[in-house]
Design a protein around this ligand. Sequence first.
Ligand code: CUA
Length: 291
Amino acid sequence: MNRSRPHARGSAAAALLLVLVLTLLVAATVVAFAAHIFPAPAPITAAAILVDEQYARTLYVAGTVFVLAQLGLAFAVFRFRDRGKPVRFSRGSVPLEILWTSITLIVFVGLAVAGRKAWAIDRTTPPAPDAIQVEVTESQFVFTFRYPGPDGKFGRLDPRLVDAPAGNPLGLDPHDPNGKDDVVSATLTVPVNRPIELLLRSQDVVHNFDVRELRLQQDAVPGMMIPIHFTATKIGTYAIVCTQLCGLGHNKMNSALEVVPYEKYRALVEFSRLEPNVTPFSPNLTAFTPK
Ligand code: CUA
């Protein structure tokens, strides 16, 4: 009720202003997305393309709902503005509540069903049997990658032997023959068009492994070995970043993913068998030499 000012003329100007602001905000948001002002880098795996397709589907559905809801709000703001008259109370409508709750349920379950493959392809399917394994160890604030070398076997790690200044950041056991040909690198080099399985570890706190072009983001958790897999189809250099706030150096924690032809990758893995004076493929590369 509005007994205090029975002759007030209502709030047409304020309502119109709010309608204008809402409409402008909606228009600016639609333009920002439609114009691709912040484009994602091109995907480099089949799975990443699926993720992009699902992202577009979700964006279209959520974007349509957003625009309709905001314009509906603008309409309600104007239609039901203060007209200087006593207000009418509405109890709502049960059939309408049931209708739009059902629509919301169907839309969200539908999106989840449509996106199940994009989500599951990297997480619930096992890697190809011939996938190349690379171990990824994260610590404050570096990535360290390890290849099993020509024998295909990772050497034993012992946390008590971890000594980065002495050249053994992972704690490789010098007495384990499997580790003698292991290759340790500060960057990740993988062959193009070959399935890769990464084994994520952390030496201290929770970190993350994220490559935007792979559309792949996975935490590395202390005490766990978390496998992820992908097949990169485009040669190039891509940024690897840590996306978990892991300490003061978090913002500088990054590395590079190099997708190279298979022969170049072979040269890297066999580096430890090459002559000592051969220039290593990557300047960051060191073969572990047991002392
Ligand atoms: Cu490691 Cu952030």
